[in-house]
Write a protein that binds this ligand. Structure first.
Ligand code: CNA
Length: 290
């Protein structure tokens, strides 16, 4: 680990220690789950887009394109089988976020991930905004009839064993394809995303919240909008920290004086944060529990 990583992380923890009532808004992506065994999208060689190239997709994002899905559901079924919740344990970074909740230092977690590992780590639903939806509910892509989680799950298991058209999840009413409530390109984000962001933004716009709300962005390439615009909208009076293997998005295009850049593996940064805040024993205990 480079001194730069350690120094930058300590800059963040100093801020948290100097403002003992401050709370954190996390904005996270696939990078915080790679150590759980779930590939991210865009990392060269290991990313899901690279793996899906075997399937001859016209373009990688087609796997999340609703029209493509209706014609060719197989790539999404393969991806769903790989990512399906229940197979993975939370990472050190997820458990650090849970500790922020336990210490009453968590304002919100905005996640782009669909792996539900924030919930698995024990963070309460009220703090977690699954911006791109989840596998928890399903709906028909033709008539919008809602279906429970197990309807798609059972069919997915059958399809994994035997990838035949008859094993796709279909609507009882109209025979349309059923898909989990994961946000595909061109679909709206859940209203909870916008409602909570409006509230958090309103809080941040208060002069008194300057050092009381700190934003930590981690494990995301900040390429998918509108999520990628969240760090841009953070008032310039507030600190933003980026924990990522590479410098991305607004941190690269419009760097700010108050930004803290921690170019590192998210779990390594999580360990330093826990050590510096005096939370390492609790983090170890959580790691053992999971
Ligand atoms: P992305 O575009 O794949 O970017 C991931 C970013 O994380 C990259 O900048 C990597 O360099 C960085 N990174 C990878 N591993 C680490 C690590 N251990 N520590 C620090 N940084 C790391 O993924 P985004 O989340 O930005 O893209 C948004 C998509 C990805 C969302 O729509 C998700 O639904 C989708 N996705 C989710 C999952 C999941 O639920 N776990 C997995 C793959 C893709």
């Amino acid at each position: 680990m480079s001194n730069n990583v350690e120094d930058a992380t300590k800059k963040l923890t100093r801020l948290l220690l100097e403002n003992p009532k401050s709370k954190v808004i996390f904005m996270v992506g696939a990078g915080i789950s790679t150590s759980c065994g779930i590939p991210d999208f865009r990392s060269p060689k290991t990313g899901l887009y690279h793996n899906l190239s075997k399937l001859n997709l016209p373009y990688a994002e087609a796997v999340f394109d609703i029209d493509f899905f209706k014609e060719t559901p197989k790539p999404f079924y393969m991806l769903a089988a790989e990512l399906y919740p229940g197979k993975f344990k939370p990472s050190k970074f997820h458990l650090l976020m849970k500790l922020f909740q336990d210490k009453n230092r968590l304002q919100r977690i905005y996640t782009q991930n669909i792996d539900t590992l924030e919930r698995e780590s024990g963070v309460s639903h009220k703090y977690v905004i699954e911006a791109h939806g989840s596998f928890a509910e399903n709906h028909c892509t033709e008539c919008n009839k809602m279906y429970k989680r197990d309807v798609f799950e059972n069919k997915l298991k059958e399809y994994e064993k035997n990838p035949k058209k008859e094993n796709l999840a279909r609507c009882k009413e109209c025979n349309g394809l059923i898909k989990p409530n994961i946000v595909f390109f061109g679909e709206d984000l859940p209203s909870r995303f916008f409602e909570n962001w409006d509230l958090d933004l309103e809080e941040m716009e208060k002069e008194s919240s300057k050092e009381q709300l700190i934003v930590i962005v981690a494990g995301t390439s900040l390429t998918v909008y509108p999520f990628a615009s969240l760090p841009i909208e953070v008032p310039k009076t507030h600190h933003r920290a980026l924990i990522n293997r590479e410098i991305v998005g607004d941190f690269l295009k419009e760097p700010r004086k108050l930004d803290i850049i921690i170019k590192s593996h998210s779990d390594e940064a999580a360990q330093i944060i826990a050590d510096e805040l005096g939370w390492s024993k609790e983090l170890d205990a959580l790691m053992e529990k999971h």
